[in-house]
Ligand binder design. Structure first.
Ligand code: SAM
Ligand code: DTB
Ligand code: SF4
Length: 331
C-alpha cells in the first residue's frame, strides 16, 4: 500500500494519508489472529510514537441536556428519558476554573462539549471567550458543538481552537438505525469546513451499538479514508444509559474493542487514537491491551459529559503500574 506524506498546518507534525482502505481490507485486519494483529499495531505505533506516553484530555459539558437530535446512544437527547437535567450554558468563569483544575491535575487538552445540533450566534460569542481563555492557560483546546457553518468555523479558528471534535459515530450503512435527525453527509461537511479552516480534526465513533463486524470495519475505513485522516481518533465503547434506545444493547466482547483500537492504529498510523468512553466498566487488563494495541490518549477526569469516567487517582495509578506517563502538548 503506497503512502504519501502531506505537510499539515501543524508546525511540528506531518499527517500521512494512505491509499484508500477498502472495508474488506479493514475487516480482514479485524479478523487477524489476536497476537498477529497486536504485533502489527504495536510495530506501527512504535514507528511513530513513544509507546509509553499518553495524551490526557479532560472533558467539560458546557451545555448539558435538551438536545434536539435523536442520537440513539445519547442521554442528552430530548427524544429520550435518561433523566439528564437540561441546564443553561456554563459561564466563562466556571469553564476557566474547570480548565485550570484539569491542568493542575495533569491534563494537556481541554475539550468543551455542548448538547447542540449546532451552535447559535449568541452561543458562539460565549464559546469564543471560553476558547481564548483556556488557550491563555497554555492548554490545547478542543470543542464539540455539533454542526458548524463557515462563519462559525472561522470564529473558532480565530479564537485559537486547536481541535474540533465531530464524530462520524458509525458506518454510513448503520447510521440510519441510530440517528434520523441529521445525515452522514452533514457530518462530513462539518469536518471538511474544519479541515479547510486549518484546525485539527478529532473524529471517531462508537462501537458496541449492535453493529456487525463489517459495519465496524466500515467506520474505521470511513475515518481512515478522510484525506488526510483525523489527527485525533476517539474510539468510544457505548456507555449504556437507561432511558436511551440503546440501553439494552448486547455488550461488545472487550477483546473486539481492543481489536478495533489496533485496526485504528494500523490504518491511521500518526493519529492520536483515544481509548475514550466506556473505561469505567473496563478492566485494567483490557485498558493495558488497548495501550499495547496503539491507544495513546484517554479522557482524564472523573466525568465524561453526563456519565462517569475513572477518577484521576485511579488513572494515575494505572499509568504508573504500566510505566506510562502523560504526553506534553503537541502545539
Ligand atoms: N452535540 C454534539 C455532537 O453530537 O456533535 C457534541 C456532543 S456529543 C455528546 C459528542 C459525541 O459523544 C457523540 O458524537 C458520540 O460519539 C459521543 N457519545 C454520546 N453519548 C455516548 C454514549 N452513551 N456512549 C459513548 N459515546 C457517546
Ligand atoms: C468523544 O468521542 N467522546 C466524548 C467526547 N468525544 C465529546 C463524549 C462521550 C460521552 C459519553 C456519554 C456522556 O457522558 O454523556
Ligand atoms: Fe445531541 Fe450530540 Fe447527544 Fe446527538 S450526541 S443527542 S447531537 S448531544
Amino acid at each position: 500500500m503506497s503512502t504519501q506524506t502531506l505537510a499539515s498546518s501543524h508546525p511540528t507534525k506531518q499527517t500521512t494519508t494512505t491509499q484508500r482502505w477498502d472495508v474488506a481490507d479493514v475487516e480482514a485486519l479485524l479478523k487477524l489472529p489476536f497476537a498477529d494483529l497486536l504485533y502489527r499495531a504495536q510495530q506501527i505505533h512504535r514507528e511513530h510514537f513513544d509507546p509509553n506516553a499518553v495524551q490526557l484530555s479532560t472533558l467539560l459539558s458546557i451545555k448539558t441536556g435538551g438536545c434536539s437530535e435523536d442520537c440513539g446512544y445519547c442521554p442528552q437527547s430530548a427524544f429520550h428519558s435518561a433523566g439528564v437535567e437540561n441546564k443553561k450554558m456554563l459561564d466563562v468563569d466556571a469553564v476557566i476554573a474547570a480548565a485550570r483544575a484539569a491542568q493542575q491535575a495533569g491534563a494537556g487538552r481541554f475539550c468543551m462539549g455542548a448538547a447542540w445540533r449546532e451552535p447559535s450566534d449568541a452561543d458562539m460569542a460565549s464559546v469564543v471567550e471560553m476558547v481564548k481563555a483556556v488557550r491563555g492557560l497554555g492548554m490545547e483546546t478542543c470543542a464539540t458543538l455539533g454542526m458548524l457553518n463557515d462563519a462559525q468555523t472561522e470564529q473558532l479558528r480565530v479564537a485559537g481552537l486547536d481541535y474540533y471534535n465531530h464524530n462520524l459515530d458509525t458506518t454510513p450503512e448503520f447510521y440510519g438505525d441510530i440517528i434520523t435527525t441529521r445525515d452522514y453527509q452533514d457530518r462530513l461537511d462539518t469536518l471538511e469546513r474544519v479541515r479547510k479552516a486549518g484546525m485539527h480534526i478529532c473524529s471517531g465513533g462508537i462501537v458496541g451499538m449492535g453493529e456487525n463486524l463489517t459495519q465496524r470495519a466500515g467506520l474505521i475505513a470511513q475515518l481512515a479514508n478522510l484525506d488526510p485522516y483525523p489527527e485525533s481518533v476517539p474510539i468510544n465503547n457505548l456507555v449504556k444509559v437507561e432511558g436511551t434506545p440503546l440501553a439494552q444493547t448486547e455488550e461488545l466482547d472487550p477483546l473486539d474493542f481492543v481489536r478495533t483500537i489496533a485496526v485504528a492504529r494500523i490504518t491511521m498510523p500518526t493519529a492520536r487514537v483515544r481509548l475514550s468512553a466506556g473505561r469505567e466498566k473496563m478492566s485494567e487488563a483490557i485498558q493495558a491491551l488497548c495501550f499495547l494495541a496503539g491507544a495513546n490518549s484517554i479522557f482524564y477526569g472523573s466525568q465524561l459529559l453526563t456519565t462517569g469516567n475513572p477518577d484521576v487517582e485511579k488513572d494515575r495509578a494505572l499509568l504508573d503500574k504500566l510505566g506510562m506517563y502523560p504526553f506534553t502538548s503537541e502545539r
